[in-house]
Design a binder for this molecule. Sequence first.
Ligand code: CO
Length: 144
Amino acid sequence: MFQLIDHVGFAVSDLEQAVALYEDTFGMPVVHRETVESQGVEAMLLEVGDGHVELLRPLGPDTVVGRFIAKRGEGLHHVAYRVENIDKTLATLRKSGVELIDSEARVGIWGSRVAFLHPTATGGALTELVEPVEGDWRRRGGSR
Ligand code: CO
């Protein structure tokens, strides 16, 4: 059902400080930066092998990630699996009785199509599904 771990998302208060650690110290290149107003975040994707780390800075305290940091502090926020066809995957999961946050895919970072599964349905971890846009190098297994 899932192709690979597309990214792991971290909630951070200071994006530049986090990037310094991941890029300069860990050696992961930044491959994308985007402000997603609809989700209330500024996001950065850093490459590690075929997967990514996604750093998420809330645009304000009254956003999903802002409330997450206020309640639980900075740190691991979600895990994202890459799927070939997100509509089919969501239909299959719905049939299996998995609780979905997003019943339909929406547009995520980098034009991808994404949907979140409820943490109570996944053993406590917020889980995201990602279908990269057609033609995205990530569809070809990460080799550019
Ligand atoms: Co994500």
